[in-house]
Design a protein around this ligand. Structure first.
Ligand code: KIV
Ligand code: ZN
Length: 386
């Protein structure tokens, strides 16, 4: 396979890792609606589900495979023949099917989850990839808990699964444990020490237990990974997965990284709303890129600077991510400049001395209530002019 060395493949797992969150379960029709929007957004891979886990998931993978044509459709399995048989069956209508199989790679998982040994686990990993290759050409292998795995063993495992035919090797920080430089160094070690590493794409899959999922994913990309596994709004197990909108906008904002995606970022705001509504999962107002306050300016110093030149306090234009517009929120911390801006928007042009008086009355009102609206402003002006 020939890859553009600067292209980052976006692997969306909203419908698999994201949907595992309690209360976020979707029916097949909802999944199809989200998958079609993900296709329009431009994702490269949609992880449609874990077919062996339930008849509903199995059916969703079948229906998504029929409904969506451009992205690769991926199905998760554990490293056993039955899971792989069921996944291959569920993927039978996919134009570009991928099986995502794998097993634990840390000594902790090997001992306490599999009650096994490194040698046995290695054999099972290789066997799972070989078996998956009987059904599909595109096989992604995940080394679960790679964030805590011994790096030499991890390298051995990655080398063995590539030799068995894995096209993508996923290095999950399953527990969100790593620091960005640790995770980045792991990826670099694999890049530099695994034989034939260039035959596969290295994928990053980070969890947000310490709030580092996005930072770790970027560190992985900076060190040679070229696929990022992520979800819309960063939803996912526990504290969530890497948020797609954050990674994509970091790559767009920091062009110096030289990496690009084929995502149409102007669809993020709409996509975020669709996922929050369908999954019943609110987004915190201060969430980067898509949170309700992501483009609202509320302190006087910021508002004044923003009104002089938006770029004083805006590194991303709201329209670049489909956000309606930036807002200047009037609070008791706002200055005259922000008040003048809103009064002018409402058609009130006040001389400086009048503005000063209205501003004093505005501060008294703003101290007594949360948020000043247009009715309040019109009343303040009317009272002053009366
Ligand atoms: O976090 C993880 O390790 C996973 C794997 C199943 C890919 O979600
Ligand atoms: Zn995960």
């Amino acid at each position: 396979m020939i890859h553009d060395p600067n292209k980052v493949y976006i692997f969306d797992t909203t419908l698999r890792d994201g949907e595992q969150v309690p209360g976020c379960q979707l029916d097949t029709n909802q999944k199809i609606e989200i998958a079609k929007s993900l296709e329009l957004l431009g994702v490269d891979v949609i992880e449609a589900g874990f077919p062996v886990s339930s008849p509903g998931d199995f059916n969703s993978v079948i229906e998504l495979s029929k409904a969506v044509t451009n992205p690769i459709i991926c199905a998760l399995t554990r490293a056993n023949k039955n899971d792989i048989d069921v996944a291959a069956d569920a993927l039978r209508y996919a134009k570009r099917p991928r099986i995502h199989t794998g097993i634990g790679s840390s000594d902790f998982h090997i001992k306490h989850k599999f009650n096994s040994t490194r040698e046995e686990i290695l054999e099972r990993a290789v066997e799972a990839v070989r078996y998956s290759k009987k059904f599909v050409e595109d096989v992604e292998f995940y080394a679960e808990d790679a964030g805590r795995a011994d790096i030499e063993f991890l390298a051995k495992m990655v080398e063995a699964v590539i030799a068995a035919g894995a096209t993508v090797v996923n290095i999950p920080d399953t527990n969100g444990y790593c620091l960005p430089d640790q995770y980045g160094s792991k990826i670099l070690y694999l890049k530099e020490n695994v034989k034939n590493i260039d035959k596969a794409i290295i994928s990053v899959h980070c969890h947000n237990d310490l709030g580092l999922a996005t930072a770790n994913s970027i560190a992985g990309l900076q060190n040679g990974a070229r696929q990022v596994e992520c979800t819309i709004n960063g939803i996912g197990e526990r504290a969530g997965n890497t948020s797609m909108e954050e990674v994509v906008m970091i790559l767009k904002t920091h062009k110096v990284l030289g990496l690009n995606t084929q995502i149409d970022a102007t669809r993020f705001y709409e996509m975020s709303h669709m996922v929050r509504n369908q999954m019943n999962m609110p987004v915190q107002p201060n969430k980067a890129i898509v949170g309700g306050n992501a483009f609202s300016h509320s302190s006087g110093i910021h508002q004044d600077g923003f009104l002089k030149n938006r770029e004083n306090y805006e590194i991303i234009k709201p329209e670049d991510v489909g956000f309606p517009d930036a807002t200047i929120v009037l609070t008791a911390r706002s200055g005259r400049h922000a008040l003048k801006h809103h009064l002018e928007r409402l058609g009130h042009q006040l001389e400086k001395e009048h503005l000063d008086i209205v501003y004093k009355q505005f501060l008294v009102l703003a101290d007594s209530k949360q948020g000043i609206n247009d009715t309040d402003l019109n009343q303040l002006v009317a009272l002053h002019l009366a």
